[in-house]
Ligand binder design. Structure first.
Ligand SMILES: [Cu+2]
Length: 665
């Protein structure tokens, strides 16, 4: 059948008849989607690059530079011009296992990659972008930041791009209405930002300076100027693209960068700084043999005839997949890098900037011996410094579980090991998390390496730890129950991980049973505190992010007797069982599943929370007595429309995002 423009009515029709959970043969919920058949489905004749051929821990870790603010153009504010640009010859550090250049089989030249990235006040690395450093306006020394974003995506000849770097699935909300492929709208993740400057996904703009506004709130032309008030505590934020239906593609292409907010209190703590304070963004990537970045798709089949769906030109329409799992690990844009360090303390600001991959991170000595006590400490998360530092990351069983968009602020003390020691950052989180495939210990089970080889440049007087007291929010004025669902989409897709040609349904991920475009249902009143009980009936953990607010994670656990919103009734439950895992164990039980309790590095303020998964009954159906939940608490202190969504980017682009609106009393 030829594909026209799909309307929401089509979705709604199928939604009403196909209410099925992920567990009912939804392969996407329990399979690593990076495999050769999926890659080749979208690549024609290009072969995937085998990660086992690649050298590890030889390429130096890039130290992401901070951009220089223009302090005069906008009175009282720091001003930046940020351009989204394409770069044709980016080097991810892909080398043969013996260190030699990998050659592009088509050109004979060393492999390089075409990527996107941000240039900031003229500074660019090609992929990702320089850090914007800002000062909290809660201190009198603070300053606002004004950013003029320009969509300057052009080819090497300077012509405006019209095709995306990656295949754009034309059947999603945000892509199914003839939208241009080259669209961006930036969002400052974790920012306490005015609604109009928050990067609403519908407020996208193209690279055409003469384009009319899109009619949904986006600006005319190829540029927009946002003000960030910085009226929040110092922490690690990041800015990344958020355009409707293509967020996963724009971020994967490279549109993401750090935004570090500092404040006087943190300055007074004498934490490692300068060369000893290093942001690290971890991302999984896949490549083809010619170095181009790979992002798998799969052909769409008509759900009734099982014939390929074709576009108006007769070409097969390809579908996005439920998740993306790359087969290499890049840190700051280099694959498996190494960092030479001095025998002293360093501060690392970690960000999971991947599409779907969770990381459970720990650092490991070459002989596997236990780490010296106090060598690694987590001092902060998304909301800044923790009220009490957390000891994590020292063993495999005690890792730092970093979901998509979460941050971990770490102190690592390299003086505790002999000079010459090689220390590897490892990962063992399954993909999807928690019940998917384990990472390969030879590839995705490794992140980067530290070698203690640099001479100590001076006595280390920096603090070994830090904390900030947290004043709890007032009790909630209102409690809301919201739920997460994996349903069947209208499209059937043929996906064949085992080579057996099995037909599966594509999934549709909804919040409260609503599409993104359905009327707004979450409307907190200005300056009230709300508890959101986020219920998860799926077998996957979903990292849920709310724009605008920093929230407390009050409790996690399981619940009983749940009625999901997708049945057309208000969501409700019989009982919340705080700090229990699905087997009914309590936190002191050695077998207790830590996904069902609030861990030490989730105290304080966060902007993204891991929602524990539900389970199945003996028939394999979603079990209403076996669902996970988290209760978060936030004060909604700015008027206007914001987003709440899953930060698995492939889920966000598959409708796991909804607006909320803070309304006047
Ligand atoms: Cu999700």
């Amino acid at each position: 059948m030829a594909m026209g423009k799909w309307t929401h009515r089509v979705y709604l029709y199928y939604r009403s008849i196909l209410l099925a959970g992920c567990a009912l043969a939804m392969w996407g919920c329990n399979g690593d989607t990076t495999n050769i058949s999926a890659l080749s489905a979208s690549s024609g004749s290009k072969s995937p690059l085998n990660p086992l051929m690649l050298q590890q821990f030889a390429t130096p870790l890039p130290i992401i530079p901070a951009a220089t603010a223009d302090t005069t153009s906008v009175a009282g504010s720091d001003y930046y011009v940020v351009k989204a640009q394409q770069s044709a010859d980016y080097d991810f550090g892909l080398r043969n296992i013996d260190g030699g250049e990998l050659k592009n089989p088509y050109t004979g030249k060393p492999v390089r990659s075409t990527v996107w990235g941000y240039s900031v006040n003229g500074l660019s690395a090609g992929y990702l972008g320089p850090t914007i450093e800002a000062r909290s306006t809660l201190d009198t020394s603070g300053r606002k930041v004004v950013v003029k974003y320009i969509n300057d995506l052009r080819d090497a000849a300077g012509n405006l791009l019209t095709k995306h770097l990656l295949y754009v699935d034309p059947t999603l909300d945000g892509t199914n209405n003839g939208e241009p492929e080259i669209r961006i709208v930036p969002h400052l993740h974790g920012g306490h930002t005015q609604s109009g400057f928050d990067g609403n996904p519908l407020y996208w703009f193209t690279n055409n300076p003469n384009a009319p506004a899109n009619g949904m709130g986006g600006p005319a032309g190829n540029t927009v100027t946002y003000t960030y008030d910085n009226d929040q505590l110092g922490t690690t934020l990041w800015y990344h693209d958020h355009a409707m239906g293509i967020t996963r593609l724009n971020v994967y292409a490279g549109l993401a960068a750090f935004y570090i907010l500092r404040d006087n209190y943190e300055d007074s703590l004498n934490l490692p700084k300068g060369n000893y304070e290093i942001p690290l963004v971890i991302q999984d990537k896949s490549f083809y043999e010619d170095g181009s970045i790979a992002y798998p798709t799969t052909p769409l089949l008509d759900p009734y005839t099982h014939l390929p769906i074709v576009d108006a030109n007769g070409k097969p329409v390809l579908s996005s997949l439920p998740e993306f799992f790359g087969n290499t690990i890049a840190v700051n844009g280099k694959v498996w890098p190494k960092l030479e360090v001095e025998p002293r303390r360093y501060r690392f600001r970690l960000l999971n900037g991947s599409d779907s991959r969770f990381y459970n991170l720990w650092i490991e000595l070459p002989d596997g011996s236990p780490l010296p006590a106090g060598m690694i400490t987590q001092i902060g998360n998304e909301g800044g410094l923790l009220p009490t530092p957390a000891t994590v990351g020292d063993t495999e069983d005690h890792g730092i579980l970093l979901a998509l968009a979460e941050r971990a602020d770490l102190i690592i003390d390299f003086s505790k090991v002999p000079v010459g020691t090689k220390i590897t950052m490892r990962n063992n989180a399954n993909g999807p998390y928690p019940d998917g495939n384990p990472p390969d210990p030879k590839t995705t089970g490794k992140i980067m390496q530290f070698t203690v080889t640099k001479p100590l440049s001076g006595t280390d007087t920096s603090a070994a730890t830090a904390s900030r007291p947290h004043a709890p929010l007032a009790a909630a004025d209102n409690v809301r129950v919201v739920d997460l669902q994996e349903l069947r989409d209208i499209f059937g897709i043929n996906y064949d991980p085992a080579g057996e040609g099995t037909l599966f349904y594509r999934h549709l991920l909804l919040l409260n049973g609503n599409l993104f475009t359905d009327p707004i249902t979450e409307k907190p009143v200005l300056n009230t505190v709300e508890d959101w009980i986020i219920v998860n009936g799926t077998v996957d953990m979903h990292p849920m992010h709310l724009h605008l607010v920093s929230f407390e994670v009050v409790e996690k656990g399981t619940l009983t007797g749940y009625i999901p919103a997708a049945l057309g009734l208000p969501p409700r439950y019989a009982a919340l069982n705080k700090d229990t895992d699905p087997a009914g164990r309590t936190p002191l039980d050695p077998e207790f599943d830590r996904n069902y309790t609030v861990t030490g590095n989730e105290i304080g303020l966060k902007d993204t929370v891991k929602v524990p998964p539900g389970g199945l009954d003996p028939n394999g159906d979603p079990d209403p007595n076996n669902r996970g939940y988290v209760r978060i608490r936030a004060k909604f202190d700015r008027l206007g429309i914001y987003m709440w969504h899953c930060h698995i980017l492939s889920h966000e682009d598959n409708d796991m995002m909804r607006p909320f609106e803070v309304v006047a009393p």
